[in-house]
Structures are given as C-alpha cells and as structure tokens.
Design a protein around this ligand. Structure first.
Ligand code: PLP
Length: 431
C-alpha cells in the first residue's frame, strides 16, 4: 500500500501559488480522484515520489521517454553540451544536423523548423498552411488534441474532456468559426464539410493515430481517403505526429501506414525529454516560413543547443536501432494479451486498442473508433482501476482519455508484475 503524506502536503501548498496546484491540468488527478504524487527522480522503468514510493511507469513524461527515464545516451549528450553555454540565440551546427536527421527519418519532411513545444508546432503549421493556400478554415477531428492554441480548443480531447470544458472560455467565436470538426474515421463527413466550404479549407489536421481520446486507430482507407481528398481540393494535409512521431516507427505513423501528408508536426520524443517541437513538410510550403517567406514564426529559445543535443542523441539512437520498435511491439503485445486473458478470467469484455508501443483500455464493451464510442467508457470504473494500480506501484495516465506509452525499460519480468497488478486492480474496479 502506497501512502504519500508528503505529496499530500505539497499539493495543499501548491494550491496557493499555482492554479490548481499543477502546471498542466491532467497532472491534478481530477478525472480519477485522489491527489497527485510529487516526483523527485526517475530511472529506467521507475519514478520515485517525495515519500519514497516507487512506480512502474507507463506515461513516460507523456511520451518522450521511449528509452525509459534518464537514458544514458541522452543524459551524456546534455552534459557534454552544458559547458558551452545554455543558449546563444544565434545559429549552430547542431541545428543543421538535427534538421538533416529529421528530413532523413520522416517521409513527408523536406524542410523543418524547430520550436519549443507541440502546441507551437501545430499553431505554426496551420498558420503556414493558411498563408500558403490563402484560405482561412481548418478541419480537425472530434477528440483529437493538438495543443492549446485557441483554434484547436474545439472538441479537443484529452485534458479538455477530462475537465468537461471541450470549448474553453477565452476562445472567441470568431476564432472558433474557422475550425470545422468531423468525427474521426468518418471520411464522408469530411467530404461533406469540404463541399459545403468549397475553396475555403486551408488544412485538414489530425493525429493519424489518435491518442487523446484514448488510443483510436485509423480504419482501413481513412488516411488514404484524406490524402486523396486533400490532393484533389488543394488542401494542406497535416499529420500531428507529436505523439506518434519516432514512436510507432522511425518515420512515425506516416511510415507505418504508408500515407504521406503535406506537413507534419512533431514534439515529445524529438526533444528526448527537453522542451522541443518541430513542424516541417514539402519545400514549397516550408519556403513560406520567415525569413524565406512571408509567414512569420520565431522563438527566442528555438533550436536551443541543450535541447538539440538531447533530441539528436535520442533520434540518432532510434535511427541506428530499429530493433527498438520490434522489441517494443513484442512487449506491448504481451501486455495487451495478458490483460485480455485477465479479463477473460474475470468474465469481463472491455475494449483494448493497441498499436506499436501505445495502448488504451476502455471500460466499454463496444469497439472504440471515434470520440462518441470512446465516451461510452465507464470513467468512474477507470478511476477506481487507476487508483488500484497506483496503490500497487503502477503509474498510468490519470484519465480514461489518454494513451499509455511503453518504454524499452519494461522487461518481461516487469510485464508479469504489471499483469498481476492489472488482474487485482480490475477485480477492485468492479466493486
Ligand atoms: N499534439 C498532440 C497530438 C499531442 O498529444 C500534444 C500533447 O500531448 C500536443 C500536440 C501538444 O504538445 P505540447 O504539450 O508539447 O504543447
């Protein structure tokens, strides 16, 4: 049994100086009940909290730590870079090297611009798409999250669903009017929207594998259908691969599914745990970005040398070790199959979605293919399950509407520990 009096005390203290006590809403555990644990360190598969509790980890800093926490190759790269100064605000060789590596790894990217977060990447990509096409509207999908830029906070999944405010106050009607939404996996709905807004849609943006309404896979033909529609209508197709980039394959979901968008947004793994994002795409589109072109986008700390060193070490490792992906797939399949077996033994038939090293258990018996079906999940049961896992030292994402991420630090032995905890927690969640 994990008790956490120091975390409790810190959370009370945090409320006085930080809104809700946290610097990003989902961390507050509101969707699952209970209070968050305050962390002090992490290594490999484990995080350690202020009370000395150890947790086997399946958030991995919400994605970046694909090699587990404090991976030596990344830590060492950062340590080597630090003595040369933390920031220059002038170009460096490293920025060219990482750009060349990204161009090499991600099929759709011919030119790339580094930014500081996934949010910046998606905001900038849509601005560029608008500048390039001279059109204003964008289509996004219900339950997809693209960061907290105003125009994306419409049916935005993840933290927004969790708080029950899918459309945030502060987003003006004017901004919202340019964001059209369609159900994920529904190509006909997208075609209807495009038809009704002929020559006005600048971009269609989506998570090619959605991770922010829980994990939802694209159905056969959906991504290719969007690709064909965008080509026909002169719309910029943007894959938001902030989660899936470098995780589902070295070249992300676009490599895995063999569909190439016009632009791609990246984050998370690309910084190896440092605050990094990037957006890139076809040369003719990226040449619209200042100073090559008229669309303004800038950043004091963009291309930061420490962050680039961490990201470079991470990406080089992933490119040189394709076995990472087969190993992660094997580990995750073992986890998912074991969970299915646990459920069978308990007479349960809940839905698990899985691809590569990402998976979600939904507390519903119907297939989950879009936001509507994701919302049939019993979130109260998820809360009980989450807390039962936490008590057994397994740290999951504190919301039904998130994907879990498996790292290479999860050994076969840890999979067995995870499955034992899973079986007990499922039983507890039923009560
Ligand atoms: N896009 C996707 C698909 C994401 O999952 C996220 C964050 O979880 C973002 C964009 C925003 O990235 P950041 O939190 O780095 O701003």
């Amino acid at each position: 049994m994990k008790i956490a009096p120091i975390s409790e005390e810190l959370f009370q203290r945090a409320q006085h100086s930080i809104p809700g006590g946290v610097n990003s809403p989902v961390r507050a555990f509101r969707a699952v009940g209970g209070n968050p644990r305050f962390m002090v360190s992490a290594k490999g598969p484990y995080m350690y909290d202020e009370d000395g509790n150890r947790y086997m980890e399946f958030i991995n800093s919400w994605g970046p730590m694909i090699l587990g926490h404090a991976a030596e190759i990344v830590q060492e790269a950062v340590q080597r870079a630090i003595p040369n100064s933390l920031s220059f605000g002038a170009p460096t060789r490293k920025e060219i090297e990482i750009a060349e590596l990204i161009v090499d790894m991600v099929p759709s990217i011919e030119k790339v611009r580094m930014v500081n977060s996934g949010t910046e990447a998606t905001m900038s990509a849509v601005r560029v798409a608008r500048g390039y096409t001279g059109r204003n509207k964008m289509i996004k999908f219900e339950g997809c999250y693209h960061g907290h830029g105003d125009s994306f906070l419409i049916a935005a999944g993840s933290g927004a669903i969790t708080l029950g405010v899918p459309d945030s106050p502060g987003v003006t009607k004017g901004v919202a009017a340019d964001t059209l939404t369609a159900p994920f996996n529904n190509l006909e709905a997208v075609k209807t929207l495009v038809e009704a807004n002929k020559d006005q849609v600048a971009a269609i943006i989506l998570e090619p594998v959605a991770g922010n309404m829980g994990l939802v896979l694209p159905e056969a033909g959906f991504l290719q259908g969007l690709r064909d529609l965008c080509t026909k209508e002169g719309i910029v197709l943007i894959f938001d691969e902030v989660m899936t980039g470098f995780r589902l394959a070295p070249g992300g979901a676009q490599q895995l599914f063999g569909v190439t968008p016009d632009m791609t947004t990246l984050g998370k793994i690309i910084g190896g745990g440092m605050p990094v994002g990037a957006y890139g795409g076809k040369k003719e589109i990226m040449n619209f970005v200042a100073p090559a072109g008229p669309v303004y986008q800038a950043g004091t700390l963009s291309g930061n040398p420490i962050a680039m060193s961490a990201g470079m070490a991470m990406l080089q490792y992933l490119q040189a070790h394709p076995e990472v992906y087969t190993n992660l797939e094997r580990t995750t399949t073992n986890m998912v199959n074991g969970m299915k077996q646990n459920m069978q033994e308990l007479g349960m038939n809940f839905t698990i979605n899985h691809v590569g090293s990402m998976f979600s258990i939904f507390f519903t018996e119907q297939p989950v293919t879009d936001f509507e079906s994701a919302k049939t999940s019993d979130t109260a049961m998820f809360g009980r399950y989450f807390n039962a896992m936490l008590q057994r030292g397994v740290y999951l994402a504190p919301s039904q509407y998130e994907s879990l991420f498996v790292s290479t630090a999860i050994t076969d032995e840890l999979v067995q520990e995870y499955l034992k905890a899973n079986s007990e927690a499922l039983k507890e969640a039923l009560l």
